[in-house]
Design a protein. Structure first.
Length: 431
């Protein structure tokens, strides 16, 4: 009967939202002003330069990640996106006229990207991150549309929605949007450099970084939290770190070159991309231009400092934990990561001062000990080193001890991880 405790609060809230959403839709007539597409012609949609630019932008936006089924054709859909409210099918973006976007006009595409509405004006679920894509310029949207129209048509009908009631009530989205969605393009800041503005545009818009790197509330919104301040990724049990490089930030001490290296190669002097971020690097950022990656680094380097976390309070016998964790570390970890957690440059990442180790929850370090760590294969790192999984060798108490040890050893001062948390992460799918 536990599902009743989950459904009833949501039902009460979303019933109110649905009524409010219906009234809001009625008051607005459900209409939407779309910019004129008069300049869009068959000739310019077939412009090779525009198509090439659109391909680059689609890769930069990592569109294939959600719109490609495992083993399927790129952008052909067939994959469901898991959310805490149920699964949502990602649609087919190929030029198939029956199941893809072959019959879409650019105005239809712009409406979806900028306003979060489907071809018939229906409200789209924010698993499609239009809350970020609304900042994409019309010119970039046109280039992406031109590229997608060149894709070989693949007939892939959209799957059925797996959203639970009452989240399946689409009318409730109007009220959700009123709380969390601001339909507005990116506005450059004249006082900032060209590189900063380019980086801000990519991070805030097409890169949709805040969709993972911010905490979400009970209704899936990210308002009320500083942008890019870190958060747990729903349904995946990974933690996307705070991206500030200043005091208290998740990337404190990272240089701009460290950020570029990670996005381009999957590794840097400060750490290695893993989990969901490894996929982003493998499928997206490694193909971005050096100028765009440096612009992203410039923007992230300018993020404000964060409040310093409170000093961790020991929750177990600290001496016993250190003895057990230190012993496990010496047996299984020190040969690669070093006695003092210094790692080996370009091969094994350091653990001392590593944001993946010290992030607030301990999820990432725990899951890597259990499942292993797999850096992405990139053009600049064709033979990445991987960390073997220890789920079969270490029990929950031993994993708890070694993770807690590295989170509090050397200069690290992060909270310990309990054995019951390890048990939960042990049984959570990797993706």
């Amino acid at each position: 009967m536990k599902w009743i405790g989950r459904i009833l609060p949501g039902a009460l809230v979303l019933t109110v939202l649905a009524i409010g959403g219906w009234l809001l839709l009625a008051s607005r007539g459900g209409g939407l002003a779309v910019p004129s597409a008069a300049i869009v012609t068959a000739e310019n949609l077939h412009d090779p330069a525009l198509i090439a630019r659109g391909r680059y932008l689609a890769i930069a936006g990592d569109c294939a990640a959600c719109h490609t089924a495992q083993g399927g054709m790129p952008y052909a859909g067939g994959r469901s996106v898991s959310t805490p409210f149920g699964s949502i099918p990602a649609p087919n973006l190929t030029s198939d006229r029956a199941t893809g976007i072959g019959q879409w006009s650019f105005a239809d595409f712009w409406r979806a990207l900028h306003a979060g509405r489907g071809r018939r004006g229906e409200l789209l679920y924010p698993a499609f991150p239009y809350t970020s894509y609304t900042r994409v310029t019309r010119d970039d949207a046109l280039a992406m549309f031109a590229y997608l129209q060149t894709l070989v048509p693949v007939h892939t009908p959209s799957g059925a929605s797996g959203l639970d009631f009452p989240y399946s009530m689409r009318s409730s989205l109007a009220a959700w949007r009123a709380m969390y969605f601001n339909e507005a393009g990116y506005r450059p800041e004249p006082a900032k450099s060209q590189a900063w503005n380019r980086g801000a545009y990519l991070v805030q818009g097409l890169g949709h970084c805040n969709e993972c790197h911010a905490a979400r509330d009970a209704l899936g919104g990210v308002s009320g939290h500083p942008a890019l301040s870190g958060g747990r990724i729903p349904e995946l049990d990974w933690y996307a770190p705070d991206l500030s490089t200043r005091a208290g930030g998740g990337l404190q001490g990272w240089s701009e070159q460290d950020i570029v290296d990670l996005l381009q190669t999957g590794r840097s002097a400060k750490g290695v991309a893993f989990g969901p971020m490894a996929e982003v690097v493998a499928d997206s950022t490694q193909y971005m231009s050096g100028d765009d990656l440096r612009a992203i680094a410039t923007y992230l380097h300018a993020l404000p400092p964060r409040a310093q976390p409170a000093e961790a309070t020991p929750q177990f016998d600290a001496r016993a934990l250190a003895r057990q964790g230190g012993k496990v570390y010496g047996q299984h970890c020190a040969d690669c990561h070093g006695k003092d957690g210094e790692g080996v440059a370009g091969v094994y990442p350091p653990l001392d001062g590593n944001s993946a180790v010290t992030e607030p929850t301990g999820i990432n370090a725990t899951r890597m000990v259990l499942l292993g760590g797999f850096a992405p294969l990139t053009q600049a790192n064709l033979r990445p080193y991987s960390m073997p999984p220890f789920a079969q060798q270490l029990n929950d108490s031993e994993v708890s001890a070694v993770v807690s040890y590295i989170r509090q050893a050397w200069t690290n001062r992060a909270p310990v991880v309990r054995p019951e948390d390890v048990s939960h992460y042990r049984h959570t799918p990797m993706d």
